[in-house]
Design a binder for this molecule. Structure first.
Ligand code: SF4
Length: 500
């Protein structure tokens, strides 16, 4: 069936905002403050990101044509976005022709309902899951739980996050903020079949999770996955992973449901060659993925006998409408940009308040949910960057993240213009503009600022101001105003004229 919400391009019908885990509860600076105070978190993040950075740099340096591969990846993605409606319809035809069922979901609520209906129709009250950003984005686990269906994450790090009633803080290594003794405590507390006296030795922890998950794989009838790629020309889906849990989920249960963001479609198998080189090197710093699973529809007597593909919009067509911002849809979720980001390395992922943290989260989440006025926490995300450009340098599909951040900052400022209650910054700018529009007012204001010398006193700098000046002095000092203004000095040395 033709998707009615994808009248692309030229006739874009925007998908309504759905529920899910994309929207931050509090502005980034507020959330970052508590993350920065957590020294254990910063230590864990520092060790993990520097290790992955070094591994990535080593394997990328092995390829003489790395830059050409990046160019090819960027070009394939740009072309796929241009042909998106046509490719999605081709994908649908080929999945259906090979025995699969395709569902179109405008938003998170629709996607969740589709999955719930399929699980119920299969007569099951539990599912096993392959790690998937799309299902986290729509809040699938929470939606399933609300109707009495239990979901078990089977990726080790996701399992740690789920059992810890926690939130993932990294796209690839969701439990990056946990160390091994914290993980031992979580298993001992939450895993009913964990052995007595569990140690925090990594091998023991991994074996405990393995035994726990094996029982789930063998008894659960429905699996839910995401997908790294979908090949339009054959209707093939692909998942890459490192632990083999994905392969178990994709082959053992009778029913397989794949929730796929519509931007994951690629035109042909040949395109996959480029991404299977770019992705593992950029994400885990490996030459190839330990497990690459591909499936096309259903095969009688082999693997799941029912396959459902849920194609998810959830704001993506709105992102596609923005000429600058749409490049965010090229992302292959490798997480290389997180590992090099100086802001992410200090705050971790939870401060971003969205399932997509770090530089990619700062450009994707606000676009998927829309940017509100200054009180919208998501509007603070494009400002969570020093614009150093390290993310652009490592991105395997050459997404110009800094330029998109600047573009989104402009959109956030524009949105705040319509606020009934202007922000402290907007008020400060308005009053500065009023003073600067008149030479007399400006000169008087300069003289008035000299009073700041009293506050600075002998230190030569102002360290604390009342609101709204406190927004500045809580993180930086202000130098004491000079004894003499520029105009006074000009007058003294050259004799008049500076005021005109
Ligand atoms: S934006 Fe680029 S570097 Fe960041 S996760 Fe996406 S593909 Fe990887």
């Amino acid at each position: 069936m033709t998707p009615t919400f994808l009248g692309l391009p030229g006739g874009l019908a925007y998908a309504p905002k759905g529920v899910g885990n994309l929207h931050a509860d509090q502005p980034f600076p507020t959330a970052a403050k508590s993350a920065l105070a957590n020294t254990q978190l910063r230590r864990n993040l520092g060790v993990a990101t520097s290790t992955i950075r070094a591994k990535r740099a080593a394997v990328v340096a092995e390829l003489p044509d790395w830059e050409q591969l990046r160019d090819a990846g960027a070009a394939i993605k740009a072309q796929a976005m241009q042909r998106l409606p046509e490719l999605l319809e081709q994908l649908e035809r080929n999945v259906v022709a090979r025995g699969g069922v395709v569902h179109w979901a405008r938003d998170a609520a629709e996607a969740n309902q589709i999955v719930i209906d399929i699980v119920r129709a299969a007569g099951s009250s539990e599912v096993v899951k392959v790690k998937s950003m799309a299902t986290q984005e729509i809040g699938l686990n929470e939606a399933l739980e609300a109707v009495g269906i239990s979901a078990t994450e089977t990726d080790l790090a996701e399992l740690i996050v789920q059992l810890g009633h926690d939130k993932p803080s990294h796209i690839l290594v969701p439990a990056i903020h946990r160390n091994r003794s914290e993980i031992r405590d979580i298993f001992a507390r939450e895993m009913a079949d964990a052995p007595e006296g569990l140690s925090d030795e990594p091998r023991v922890l991994a074996m405990t999770a393995r035994a726990h998950l094996r029982r789930k794989f063998l008894s659960t009838k429905v699996a839910v996955s995401g997908g790294n790629f979908a090949i339009a020309e054959t209707g093939t889906l692909g998942v890459v992973e490192s632990e083999g849990n994905g392969r178990m989920c994709l082959t053992l249960p009778n029913t397989l449901i794949t929730v796929l963001g519509i931007e994951k479609v690629l035109p042909s198998w040949r395109d996959l060659e480029v991404f299977l080189q770019l992705l593992p090197r950029s994400s885990t710093g490996e030459r190839m993925n330990p497990y690459t699973s591909m499936w096309t529809g259903v095969t009688p007597g082999d693997g799941p006998q029912e396959f459902h593909l849920v194609l998810l919009d959830n704001g993506r067509t709105a992102v596609l409408a923005d000429e600058v911002g749409r490049a965010a849809l090229h992302c292959i979720r490798c997480s290389a940009c997180l590992n090099v980001c100086p802001v992410y390395e200090r705050t971790g992922g939870n401060a971003y308040g969205s399932v997509y943290p770090g530089p990619i989260g700062a450009i994707l989440s606000p676009q998927l949910t829309g940017i509100g006025g200054h009180s919208d926490p998501n509007a603070s995300l494009p400002f969570a960057s020093s614009l150093c450009g390290a993310c652009y340098d490592v991105c395997p599909v050459k997404i110009d993240i800094p330029s998109i951040l600047v573009h989104l900052r402009a959109r956030a400022v524009e949105a705040a213009r319509h606020d009934l209650m202007p922000s402290g910054q907007a008020l400060a700018m308005k009053s500065a503009s009023w003073f600067m529009r008149s030479p007399t007012r400006f000169s008087r204001a300069e003289r008035l600022l000299r009073l700041g010398r009293v506050l600075a006193w002998r230190r030569g700098r102002i360290t604390a101001l009342p609101w709204p000046g406190s927004s500045w002095t809580m993180s930086r000092d202000l130098p004491a105003p000079p004894r003499e203004t520029f105009r006074e000095r000009w007058e003294r040395e050259r004799g008049g004229g500076a005021d005109r």
